[in-house]
Design a protein around this ligand. Structure first.
Ligand SMILES: Nc1ncnc2c1ncn2[C@@H]1O[C@H](COP(=O)(O)OP(=O)(O)OP(=O)(O)O)[C@@H](O)[C@H]1O
Length: 356
């Protein structure tokens, strides 16, 4: 099948009308933090948000925040450049530094974690309800691809949500359906410069390597739009499974009404649990382990292994008999046991905790 040809719209600058639609849900917020690295996407976000806000009689206060991860010598200069642009647009700007030890492995993930923590702190400091990032449709497609290669579950393959919560702050991605090419066109039209972060092309990292694959996939018909559509469909299925898991949890609790609830312990009747669909059982285990374990979140693959072990133990002799547990296993700081026909999930004893 020939590759999809980009529509003209994919390359056109974003109009004021289109920007009003992108930011429509944010009008009533008291204040917004714009996360701006100085790269093209986030400079475009800043410019579009400033233009949108100027056209409103009343609307949220905007504050631009740049995080300097302390990893590249140019970062401080780039932050100053963002400040200059923000000031030109009449917006206040703050630079926040990631201090402390940097890990030797998993540096991009640790930097991202630190960045979101600092952005949430900045939002609280200025009374903002939301942090806005400039993730684009291309970023979303890369995320889908990364997670496909990792063999992620439904939740992971749903990729990034347009709106989510983090540390009590709403994380919004208003440009998630916008192709990067449109942001570049917007910058060109506005005659705005931006920083070129070489890490984005550094093939020592997975994401840039996968980014290079995207044109090849597009030539086979799997362009960004297709990958993003896949993520949206899986997000829908994922939301449905979550609702089923809510219902199953209520059902199991109802069946448990004769059992005195113990604080900090979840317990399911094993036969009722076994009758549920596999994906729902996995969610229930994941939820209980994440809620009660102290090393979460649990890895999906490990919970899948645990469930196979549980299935075998439930089918084996002695599972329903009272007495010694037929299974006892720790996972992500939670202790899972099967005894007397019940599955029980509790915090793992302190002495089993990592590093103690
Ligand atoms: N150092 C940073 N300071 C503030 N916000 C950042 C920073 N790095 C990333 N972000 C935010 O997170 C979004 C996605 O991050 P990602 O690493 O994909 O962006 P980037 O390639 O560094 O920069 P850009 O998306 O601006 O081109 C950015 O669009 C931006 O909104």
């Amino acid at each position: 099948m020939p590759g999809r040809v980009m529509s003209e719209d994919d390359n056109s600058p974003i109009s004021a009308r289109e920007a009003r639609r992108l930011f429509a849900g944010l009008k009533a917020a008291p204040a917004l933090v714009l996360a701006v690295s100085g790269g093209p996407d986030s400079v475009a976000l800043m410019w579009l948000a400033a233009r949108w806000r100027r056209a409103l009689a009343r609307g949220p206060e905007l504050t631009v925040v740049t995080v300097d991860h302390g990893l590249r010598p140019e970062a401080a200069r780039e932050a100053r450049e963002v400040k200059r642009l923000a000031t030109e647009l009449g917006l206040p700007h703050r630079t926040l530094r990631w201090r402390g030890a940097k890990p030797k492995t998993g540096l991009p993930a640790a930097a991202r974690e630190a960045r979101y923590r600092l952005l949430a702190q900045a939002a609280r400091a200025v009374g903002a309800s939301h942090v806005l990032t400039a993730h684009t449709r291309d970023d979303q497609a890369e995320t889908v691809l990364m997670r496909m290669l990792r063999g992620s579950g439904l939740g992971g393959l749903s990729a990034m949500a347009g709106v989510s919560q983090r540390d009590g702050i709403v994380l919004a991605r208003p440009l998630l359906d916008v192709p990067k090419a449109q942001l570049i066109a917007t910058l060109k039209r506005a005659k705005l410069g931006f920083a070129d972060d070489p890490t984005n092309r550094d093939t020592a990292f997975t994401r840039p390597r996968l980014r290079a694959l995207l044109p090849l996939l597009a030539a086979e018909g799997g362009d960004a739009r297709t990958l993003v559509r896949l993520a949206a469909r899986l997000a829908r299925a994922n939301a449905a499974v979550e609702v089923l898991a809510d219902g199953a949890e209520r059902f199991l609790r109802l069946r448990d009404r004769d059992v005195a609830p113990q604080v900090g312990i979840r317990s399911f009747e094993a036969s009722a649990f076994a009758a549920l669909p596999e994906e729902v059982r996995l969610r229930l285990l994941l939820r209980a382990i994440d809620a009660l374990g102290h090393e979460g979140p649990a890895e999906l693959g490990k919970v899948e292994n645990l469930m196979s072990t549980l299935d075998r133990a439930m089918a084996g002799p002695g599972a329903a008999a009272n007495g010694r547990p037929v299974l006892k296993q720790t996972l992500a700081g939670a202790l899972i046991s099967l005894a007397g026909g019940r599955i029980q999930i509790a915090p793992a004893p302190a002495r089993r905790r990592k590093g103690r």
